[in-house]
Design a protein around this ligand. Structure first.
Ligand SMILES: [Zn+2]
Ligand SMILES: [Zn+2]
Length: 280
């Protein structure tokens, strides 16, 4: 018999945060679908979620913000994914940033935006031309610096160019988090050595996830976050099913196994890092 996917896997009362989930209504058919996902996550013991307002075009920002406005324990980011970089214009970025609400309203109903992103470079899929990816990335980093907001980075096969641009834009001053980290230990050390953070996804549970497990074992505990990147990358044993924030506990369990810690200790540390990083 398959285990109940929504049964809590950690001890009751443990802080458990999914630092990166796509709660864009387009991924879940409609708002009711999204609200069901949030309810099932809480049922599974997930205390908070960071809804990513990037990945389904510019409209993602509006939709993630709408979810965060309906739920007390959901905050959001806004940004433009490298896949969509060819949609970038200055005016559209300004509209997206206006979702932050008036100054001083962060974490209130009027302003649930805690970060910019995900943004970065994706030279694996190359859905947008590389020069446009670079331009949209730099424009968002400039905005983050001006607004003193941390950023969420998507980096796929950029061969270190992402890090070069982050250094050039002095992004580590206001906070850099590499989400769904898929690099090696050396690159992780370059990021954490600059004060950056690493978020470990469900790939850590995959059969071919050896490099990810090594990274999960060696990332400094005060720099480590966990995520689902749902609706993709469903962890074992629920492969083949749509990923949900409810499954982030399975990431904590595997990270704990490779670090020789309890899952509760990993979840609590990652949750503390998430709240400190995003300031909620
Ligand atoms: Zn990503
Ligand atoms: Zn993502």
């Amino acid at each position: 018999m398959k285990p109940d996917p929504y049964a809590p896997v950690l001890a009751p009362g443990t802080a458990l945060i999914d630092s990166h989930c796509h709660l864009d209504a387009r991924a879940w058919d409609d708002d009711a679908g999204v609200d069901g996902v949030v309810a099932r996550a809480h049922q599974a013991g997930v205390t908070h979620m960071v809804a990513i307002g990037s990945g389904y075009g510019f409209e993602s920002a509006n939709r993630a913000h709408a979810v965060a406005s309906r739920h007390d324990r959901v905050v959001c980011s806004v940004g433009l994914h490298p896949h969509d970089a060819s949609e970038y214009t200055e005016g559209r970025l300004a509209d997206m940033l206006a979702l932050r609400g008036p100054a001083g309203t962060v974490n209130t109903r009027a302003g649930r935006v805690v970060a910019l992103g995900e943004m970065g470079l994706d030279y694996h899929y190359d859905y947008s031309p590389r020069d446009l990816q670079r331009a949209a990335f730099r424009a968002q980093l400039a905005a983050a610096r001006e607004l003193e907001l941390p950023v969420i980075i998507h980096d796929r096969d950029s061969d270190g160019e992402t890090l070069t641009i982050l250094d050039d834009m002095r992004a580590f001053d206001t906070g850099v988090l590499f989400h769904c980290y898929t690099g090696d230990v050396g690159y992780m050390e370059a990021i954490t050595g600059r004060g950056g953070y690493i978020s470990i996804p469900g790939i850590v549970t995959f059969k071919n996830g050896d490099v990810m497990r090594e990274v999960a074992a060696r990332t400094p505990l005060d720099r480590l976050l966990i995520e689902t990147d749902s609706p993709f990358l469903t962890p074992v044993p629920f492969r083949g099913r749509k990923n949900e924030p409810a499954f982030v506990g399975l990431v904590a369990v595997k990270v704990a196994e490779v670090r020789g810690m309890t899952p509760e200790a990993v979840a609590e540390a990652a949750a503390g890092n998430t709240r400190r990083y995003f300031g909620f």
